[in-house]
Every structure is written in structure tokens, then in C-alpha cells.
Ligand binder design. Structure first.
Ligand code: IPE
Ligand code: IPE
Ligand code: MG
Length: 245
């Protein structure tokens, strides 16, 4: 069997925006008789691999789904583990990410997060604001339906205040009210662990994204996993409703 060309060998330019639903930490741990927390720890290592690989492959935007607005349903101890890992990741990685020209952004609701996490988020965003090598967006306490509802409420307020005319609410204008304002839509959404759903992630923004589901659990995600997904992306024909080539 002929090996699939890697994204680089194929000579095609990389997708501009890759978004990843990092799933399967719990199953990774369970398969090894380890606690779920151990899976999350290894998942944090995979984040490092993903960021580094995207930077090396010349991907401009990487968005990672780290904690959904529905993940509060998990036992408090697991939520604590996930938040502690995020703290650890940001404290450990910020200097390195900054040195490598990574800009960090967060999407999601900050109000329910611990004060020190909000501080870390703000510090990471401020420190790296001028970086341009890769924009790393972390979706934390993020839910797409909630994002769209909040946009609708803000628009309704502006219409009520007479600062916005209903007919002026175009797609572009609407997108200005989303948290992803200024970011191109994802070209490619990857979900690990074999699950095939979006779980409330970037629903508006992924209208024409290519969806790629890989069987590997998130802690096993590697540069090779990413390159395979990008190879598959290049083999797809994006038609945007047209008739194609
Ligand atoms: C992804 O792994 C991490 C988060 C959703 C925060 P899971 O914890 O969902 O792992 P599974 O799906 O139980 O295997
Ligand atoms: C989606 O994974 C959320 C994140 C990866 C942060 P979940 O594991 O929470 O999704 P469901 O519950 O299987 O849909
Ligand atoms: Mg899961």
C-alpha cells in the first residue's frame, strides 16, 4: 500500500485554522487501569505536542476545546483536576509559548472561573498579544449555543438602543458579536477518541469546516496524527454548496 503523502510532501499549503475537540482522556486512563486524572495529565502533554506541531507546520490558528460549559456536570474533584492542570500548563508554558511567538486567546465564559485562573488568562493574553507565529485559542467554559445566545442578546440591546438597525444585521455584523471575532473560521475540526459529534463546539464557525474523526484518544495524539488528518483534509473537495471541480 502506498503511504499517504504527508501534508508537507504533498506541497499543499496547510489549513489556516485547525480546531480540535480533545477527547478520550478518561478512556485512555481506564484502558490502563489508571485514574481519569492521569489521563488528563497525559492530555496536557499532548497539548504541548499539538501546539508545537502546528507551529512547525505553519498553521496560523489552533483552537483547542479544553472545557465545555457542560463539563461542570462532572464530579467536582474532576473539575478541580482539570482546572489545576490548566493552571499548571499556563504557568509552565507561558514563557516558552511567548518565546516561540504564540499568541494566546481564550473563548468561553470567565465569570464562573476561579479568580486566579482569570488572572492567568488575562496575563497570558496580555503577554502574548503581539505574537504572530500561531494564535492558540483555548475554549474554556465554552459552549457554542451560549455564545450565539449572548450575541443575540447583545444585538437585541443595540437594536433597542437604536445603535443598530435590524436590516444591518448581516453575517459579518453578527460575527462581530461572537467571541471568535477577527478569527477565520476553522478549515478543519478534528475530534479524537472516535466520537463523532461536535458537543457544542464552534457550531456557527464550523458551517463549512471539514470534520475529521480519529480513533486515537487525546493523550496519544502525535504529530503523525495531525499530519494524517491534514493529509485527509487535502484529499477532500470543499464545495461550499457549488458543483465542485
Ligand atoms: C477529554 O477527555 C477532556 C475533557 C472533556 C475535559 P474526557 O475526559 O472526555 O475523556 P472520555 O471521553 O471520558 O474518555
Ligand atoms: C467535549 O468532550 C468537550 C471537550 C473536549 C472539552 P466531552 O467528553 O465533554 O463530550 P461528550 O460529553 O462526550 O459529548
Ligand atoms: Mg469525553
Amino acid at each position: 500500500m502506498e503511504a499517504a503523502p504527508s501534508s508537507r510532501c504533498a506541497g499543499a499549503s496547510p489549513p489556516t485554522h485547525v480546531a480540535i475537540i480533545m477527547d478520550g482522556n478518561g478512556r485512555w486512563a481506564k484502558a490502563r487501569g489508571m485514574p481519569r486524572a492521569a489521563g488528563h495529565q497525559r492530555g496536557a502533554d499532548a497539548v504541548r505536542v499539538a501546539v508545537e506541531s502546528c507551529r512547525e507546520l505553519g498553521i496560523a490558528y489552533l483552537t483547542l476545546y479544553a472545557f465545555s460549559s457542560e463539563n461542570w456536570k462532572r464530579p467536582p474533584s474532576e473539575v478541580d483536576d482539570l482546572m489545576s492542570l490548566l493552571r499548571l500548563y499556563l504557568r509552565r508554558e507561558l514563557a516558552n509559548l511567548h518565546r516561540n511567538g504564540v499568541r494566546i486567546r481564550f473563548i468561553g465564559v470567565r465569570e464562573q472561573l476561579a479568580d486566579d485562573i482569570v488572572q492567568l488568562i488575562e496575563e497570558s493574553e496580555a503577554t502574548t498579544a503581539a505574537n504572530r507565529a500561531l494564535t492558540l485559542t483555548i475554549a474554556l467554559n465554552y459552549g457554542s449555543q451560549d455564545e450565539i445566545l449572548r450575541a443575540a442578546r447583545a444585538i437585541a440591546r443595540d437594536v433597542k438602543d437604536n445603535t443598530l438597525a435590524p436590516d444591518a444585521i448581516t453575517k459579518q455584523r453578527f460575527e462581530g458579536y461572537l467571541e471568535t471575532v477577527g478569527m477565520p473560521d476553522p478549515d478543519l475540526v478534528i475530534r479524537t477518541s472516535g466520537e463523532q459529534r461536535l458537543s457544542n463546539f464552534l457550531l456557527w464557525q464550523s458551517a463549512y469546516a471539514e470534520l475529521i474523526f480519529v480513533n486515537a484518544n487525546w493523550p496519544d495524539f502525535s504529530r503523525a496524527t495531525l499530519e494524517e488528518a491534514i493529509g485527509e483534509f487535502h484529499r477532500r473537495e470543499r464545495r461550499y454548496g457549488g458543483t465542485g471541480s
